[in-house]
Design a protein around this ligand. Structure first.
Ligand SMILES: C[S@@+](CC[C@H](N)C(=O)[O-])C[C@H]1O[C@@H](n2cnc3c(N)ncnc32)[C@H](O)[C@@H]1O
Length: 280
């Protein structure tokens, strides 16, 4: 676990590790430089740095439509990154969200962004391993997870934790990158890994099989690769936005990550799935 945490930290907080300012400081300075008070931000203003998955808020909203959320439900956002989906669900569905992430720099940013957007009362963030979440048995109604299993080498351990945290009938909403049918090696770097050893892509059959073995019944499953690819193409062409974007997190590598992600999707080396499962 310490090795995994260190590798992820080296990936997601690479610029600070190379001697730069810490991520929180860099992002706050970037908003100031763009003319925004870093203590008072809107969800639109921060969308470039809090949606670290293909499709941005549009993809999260599409998945949330399958969630049948009820205000007041307790959601766990697994591998929450800087907390964009946690805030979106709290703001648009009235749920309360605990986000958990192993990368301390992201948890610090998630806390700040929730305070700055007025959502701190509805979202809270924990720095922990998804396989050992410090919450009691049956304490969440919905597990939400976007593009995070790809960083987790022990899928059964993580799903076992979901089972512990959800009561019977609890739901899992998942938006994940899986291996495609093309066995060629991934073009690297990609946003979740700079090296093959830190990318843990399951194929569709093994992901759905492991979910079934862990006691989760598929309620809805779709392959959203085409819409993810169209979104990636559109974003690849866009001029650098005036607001802080993912390059502030990933550094100069982000341009290559975006191109490689596009090529991996287009060549069927990776696919994108979105679905809902129910715990037995
Ligand atoms: C590609 S990012 C996605 C972040 C977020 N879900 C989003 O879509 O914006 C993957 C996230 O998973 C987190 N992560 C990876 N392994 C983890 C683990 N074992 N426990 C908790 N978080 C983990 C990483 O730190 C990173 O923030």
């Amino acid at each position: 676990m310490i090795d995994t945490a260190r590798q992820l930290d080296a990936h997601y907080d690479a610029l600070a590790r190379e001697g730069g300012d810490r991520l929180l400081t860099r992002l706050q300075a970037a908003f100031r430089a763009a003319g925004h008070d870093p203590d008072r931000l809107s969800l639109d203003t921060i969308a470039g740095i809090d949606q670290l998955h293909l499709g941005g808020r549009q993809a999260s909203r599409a998945l949330a439509r399958h969630g049948a959320f009820v205000p007041g439900q307790r959601v766990l956002d697994v591998g929450c990154g800087t907390g964009g989906a946690s805030r979106l669900l709290a703001a648009e569905h009235g749920v309360t969200v605990v986000g958990v992430d192993i990368t301390a720099a992201f948890v610090a940013v998630a806390d700040w962004l929730s305070r700055a957007t007025g959502l701190a009362a509805h979202t809270r963030f924990l720095c922990a391993d998804a396989a050992r979440v410090p919450l009691p048995v049956a304490s969440v109604d919905v597990v939400w997870c976007q593009h995070a299993l790809i960083n987790m080498p022990d899928l059964p351990a993580v799903l076992g934790e979901w089972r512990r945290l959800l009561g019977p009938g609890g739901r899992v909403l998942l938006h994940e990158v899986v291996a495609g049918d093309n066995p060629a090696p991934l073009a690297l770097p990609v946003p979740w890994a700079r090296r093959a050893a830190t990318s843990h892509l399951a194929c569709r059959a093994s992901l759905t099989g492991t979910l079934a073995e862990a006691g989760f019944r598929a309620v809805h499953l779709e392959d959203v690769t085409e819409s993810a690819l169209a979104w990636r193409r559109k974003h690849g062409r866009r001029a650098a936005p005036p607001l802080p974007g993912p390059s502030l997190i990933f550094g100069d590598d982000f341009a290559a990550m975006g191109r490689n992600l596009h090529d991996n999707l287009a060549d069927d080396r990776v696919r994108i799935l979105a679905g809902v499962w129910e715990r037995d």
